[in-house]
Design a protein around this ligand. Sequence first.
Ligand SMILES: *[C@@H]1O[C@H](CO)[C@@H](O)[C@H](O)[C@H]1NC(C)=O
Ligand SMILES: *[C@@H]1O[C@H](CO)[C@@H](O)[C@H](O)[C@H]1NC(C)=O
Length: 212
Amino acid sequence: MSSNSNAPQKTILSFLILFVLMIISTIPSCSSSSTSTSTSTVTEDHHKKFSRKLSLKELWFKREKLSHLHFYFHDIVGGKNPTAIQIAGPPVTNASSTFFGLVTAIDDPLTVGPEPNSKQLGRAQGLYASASQSEVGLMMVLNYVFTEGKYNGSTLSILGRNAAFSAVREMPIVGGSGLFRFARGYAQARTHKFDLKTGDAVVEYNVYVLHY
Ligand SMILES: *[C@@H]1O[C@H](CO)[C@@H](O)[C@H](O)[C@H]1NC(C)=O
Ligand SMILES: *[C@@H]1O[C@H](CO)[C@@H](O)[C@H](O)[C@H]1NC(C)=O
């Protein structure tokens, strides 16, 4: 009689034990014995394996944060030392009013303040192309290459549309390197100064970027 009433309890207990064991085996740190024995095969296989799953923590990416960067971009087209030069498209004098087809390579200084001699934070390196036939609409493809402080050596990649004569233009940040690995966000541009004679422009940038 007593053994009969114990039987369902024993089955429940053994199910519980089995359940707990299954849970434990799914926790990586608890199944260390199995991983430590397979470590050598993992490292040996590493060079032959096309893909594997990692957690962000394994690569030391802890918490995603939002940073705000503020700087001025100097697009110097005229003078003896231009930082923006035309590399393709019709001659400027022959171009349409929207400069459609013009491609410019840039290595523009990024500075703390709007003055040309303001402290340099980095460069904007890449291209912009006039991609609109109805207004001045640039396609920007460039990297911000930072050279100061903790961001020295880190980059942000921008790919977006810049309607240069609009008050505020927004361009996506599509990635980054160094401290900006896994970056995404947006950059807002406002023209600070534009010289109609030379074509030189100083543009204020506010960049909002998520990164680790
Ligand atoms: C520039 O315009 C002039 C005058 O309209 C024309 O003769 C010339 O062929 C054009 N040049 C180019 C490269 O389109
Ligand atoms: C930035 O990094 C480069 C390369 O490591 C170094 O030569 C340079 O001095 C650094 N600049 C600043 C301002 O720390």
